[in-house]
Design a protein around this ligand. Sequence first.
Ligand code: FES
Length: 144
Amino acid sequence: MDLLTIGDFAVRAGVAPSALRYYESQGLIRSTRTGGNQRRYQRSELRRVAFIKIAQQVGVSLEEIRDALSALPENRTPTKADWTRLSARWRKRLEERIALMERLRDQLTGCIGCGCLSMKRCQLINPGDQLSLTGAGPRTLLGE
Ligand code: FES
């Protein structure tokens, strides 16, 4: 079994050792201890950390990440099938986020329906802030 020290693991994962300890305290990753009570990580835990980092970069909360990782087996290294199941659960969530980011990329130069009425196009897209009737926030960006 390929076990890594917290230092080697942190370097390979691209996170600080303190982040690893935090992820562990949140039940997101696991380690074993040596006789001298030092952490040792299985190499397979690197995939979990990579998943956590990327998910956080696209704005997914730790709560959602924990929920997703809870679908993986506790007592063995997750297989491709395990990750496929997780990915299937997340597909809709990720597609919504991708769509939101695409709208942000494509619509930021125009009216986003936020109620500011500060742009010429607001008069066309959101006259008198009528989009406020559909709810709070940037209505067109939210896809309303
Ligand atoms: S950009 Fe704010 S209402 Fe149009």
